[in-house]
Design a protein around this ligand. Sequence first.
Ligand code: ADE
Ligand code: ZN
Length: 338
Amino acid sequence: MSEIKKLIEALPKAELHLHIEGSLEPELMFALAKRNGISIAYSTIEEIHQAYQFENLQDFLDIYYAGMSVLINEQDFYDLTWAYLIKCHEQNIKHVEIFFDPQGHTTRGVAFSTALFGIDKALKKGFSEFGISSKTIMCFLRHLSEEDALITLNEAKDFLPLIDGVGLDSSEVGNPPSKFKNVFASAREMGLKLVAHAGEEGPPSYVEEALFLLNIDRLDHGNRAMESESLIEELKTRQIALTVCPLSNLKLGVVADLKSHPLKSMLDQGLLATVNSDDPSYFGGYLNDNYFAIQEALNLTKEQIVTLIKNSFTGSFLGDEQRNKYLNEIDNYLKNNA
Ligand code: ADE
Ligand code: ZN
């Protein structure tokens, strides 16, 4: 294995853009379908792999929402989250800020609390067994109305100790951040952190709305912000972290190939870019696979990899003490392995 791959594996990392429902591996999907007596569209792993070929975001979302239909009971959400945390442990991921899509479950009759409690129980075990710290971010589905999002935020009020932030995901084009201005303002008043997917497929104006109308603390994807000098300047000045997802971008046609991915240019322009896996079960790789692929495609240097990994902690919602602890661990590793 190359030096740089060893470094990627060895350094402690944070993952800031991970949809827990997107970590549902085919094997677990089959097992849960059987356990819950639910029929799914596939009978073999082979068929699943054939189905996971996407032209764009919507192609993926249709399959992603169908996939989550096997998640019914608290135990299912626990098993899902625990499987992801085992991957984190294997990949030396020390801190995770995971998304879940409550409306993807409540619209099917699964209670908000069922999903949240199952996820939370696994996250607590992840901390006690592996020392992996975590934050939980509930995303609003942007293809639904703001009224629906407000109802969901209202449901979250009973569980605020378990929730750290809100996000915005699903079909981007035609559902601009401005549609969710009020619900984001309410979430802010409740003390929650704010993030939003913007500039994945949507135009730079969506990133602008996320920054100026929603007042986000962090930007998910943000690729198309690179089309605007003034947005780049704003992101740089505010030191807004971008949660970039290379293999996702490739699989959803956001970039034609990884060699044309904007990650290097983001770093060159002083943006706080991070690497993440988005929906690893659907896009063919967990966090380290994303680092390996983008490092190779863009020929990123050791220094650039260290910057990206440090950014994952700097851009996290950890408090200063914990953030500095992880950053020091990275420096110590580099000092001892120079
Ligand atoms: N939901 C899960 N993954 C997503 C993505 N990459 N973009 C928008 N919504 C999503
Ligand atoms: Zn995402």
